[in-house]
Design a protein around this ligand. Structure first.
Ligand code: ADP
Ligand code: MG
Length: 254
């Protein structure tokens, strides 16, 4: 992992990441943007009924930030993360993530983007039940066209770092919730994505494991300069957040 992620980033990285206190504004013209959204809208059509998931959001998230998304259930957090992660397509507006135009790209480009540019973590872990911990973590690497032999060393390294070095052959049902979520974090990192998206990652965890997951996400942001966007009701992440965004009825209120 260390060969891919620099933990010796200097003051410039601190400035971009907003850790020196000099840059608290979300939008700034001279920073590389991890996420750039203009009038971003996602409308779900259910027969003749239209449900608005995201309603005209303008957003610029500089590379290297940790952003916490808050809002009541139904406010659009999961919809926004799905759009940013390329799991879903916007209805109108513009969306560029890690330099990719997610509005105009082909379905094949969107799939490639999803596999390499972003890593996603979910409340319900979403591990494949018949694959071991090691296999679950390697899978996105295989889907991205790498061989098991090429992917496995990095998977082991990640799992060691996450305290799962003794769990490589376990199946998901043999793990605790905290171990399942740390496996999902390793899986999200296997293709070395610039952006990590987490949708209620502590929702199924007790407070101790929830803290551990949040502090891992904060480590990935602070030590390894990953952009992290986490939707959570919990206040655990607030102290690590460069920015807290609040959603209400599909719109940003801050
Ligand atoms: P949150 O994650 O903040 O709870 P969501 O993004 O899941 O909010 O939902 C935002 C709105 O979009 C809600 O009104 C929800 O019912 C609607 N919605 C989300 N996903 C779908 C879907 N697949 N089909 C129809 N409506 C949806
Ligand atoms: Mg949600």
């Amino acid at each position: 992992m260390h060969q891919h992620m620099s933990d010796t980033a200097g003051p410039e990285i601190d400035r971009i990441a907003g850790r020196d206190g000099s840059n608290t504004a979300l939008s700034s013209n001279d920073l590389p943007m991890a996420v750039l959204a203009r009038s971003l809208t996602r409308i779900y059509k259910l027969g003749s009924v239209q449900v608005t998931g995201i309603d005209g959001i303008d957003l610029a998230i500089p590379t290297g930030r940790m952003v916490v998304l808050k809002g009541d259930s139904g406010s659009g957090k999961s919809t926004l993360l799905s759009l940013i992660g390329g799991l879903d397509r916007l209805t109108t507006g513009e969306l560029t993530v890690a330099g990719r135009d997610l509005k105009h790209c082909s379905q094949a480009d969107l799939t490639a983007f999803r596999r390499t540019a972003v890593g996603m973590i979910f409340q319900s872990f979403n591990l494949l039940p018949t694959l071991s911990v090691l296999e679950n973590v390697c899978l996105p690497g295989l889907l991205a066209g790498r061989t098991y032999a090429a992917v496995r060393p990095r998977a082991r390294e990640l799992l060691d770092w996450l305290g799962l070095g003794e769990r490589l052959r376990h199946l998901p049902y043999q793990l605790s919730g905290g171990e399942m979520q740390r496996t999902a974090i390793a899986r999200a990192l296997i293709n070395n994505p610039a952006i990590l998206l987490a949708d209620e990652p502590t929702g199924n965890l007790d407070s101790r494991n929830g803290r551990r997951v949040i502090s891992l996400l904060a480590d990935l942001n602070l030590k390894f300069n990953r952009t992290v966007i986490v939707a959570t009701h919990s206040t655990l992440a607030d102290s690590f957040a460069g920015v807290i965004l609040r959603l209400q009825d599909g719109r940003l209120t801050t």
